[in-house]
Design a protein around this ligand. Sequence first.
Ligand code: SF4
Length: 260
Amino acid sequence: MLDITAGRVVFDGTDITKHDRAAMRPFRRRIQMIYQDPFGSLDPRMSVAALIAEPMIVHNLAANAAERAERARELLEMVGLRADMASRYIHEFSGGQRQRIGIARALAMKPDLLICDEPVSALDVSIQAQIVNLFQEIQAKFGLTYLFVAHDLAVVRHISDRIAVMYLGRIVEIADRDTLYRAPLHPYTQALMAAVPIPDPEIEATRPQITVQGEVPSALNPPPGCRFHPRCPLAVARCKTEEPQLREATSGQSVACHLV
Ligand code: SF4
């Protein structure tokens, strides 16, 4: 959606970094996006049926209007809504229902990858679990891959197979879910994990406390060296000048820290 300023984007073995509009077209269908704010990402002047049918028209995925309408009704039922809701407009739905409609619209494209940008953080806590469960059901049914962006560690743990921890726009640690929660290596990841309360006062009282001082600096003007150094309890002189590279520390676990 934005021009690339650095790095590469490799999708399913193909480097799509320099693809023009025409070359990107088949990939656009395969990569769909779910947004944090479904109300802001769905056109309020279109009926739900039209919202779900629109990408099918763009990518020629249905033979005619009747087929698109039938598919829209099927998709609504698949995401837990009623088929007769297709004629309504987005303002008539709750936040959770709107997110279900956003998911139905993305599924209309028969994607392989869903990029989910904080898809549950704007929802009421009581609704979040329903939508996370819906994501998991759909993943199992269609064999989808998710790139799931979230800051709620309980949600991350529940839905992820592999986790990349980011700080100020840089990946500082990547590992599979169980390794990351059991043995985080980067000081920032360790502080994140230490901040999750454990509902057992005895364990809570004895586990090590890792406190991070200060505020997150601006990503527009990040600190030199390791971006985490002004707040890191373990920082040494080298951290102020030399940016640590992401490298494999244990099998399948990569970390960007001079001390690991
Ligand atoms: S490189 Fe230095 S400042 Fe950065 S996380 Fe490691 S110890 Fe802390």
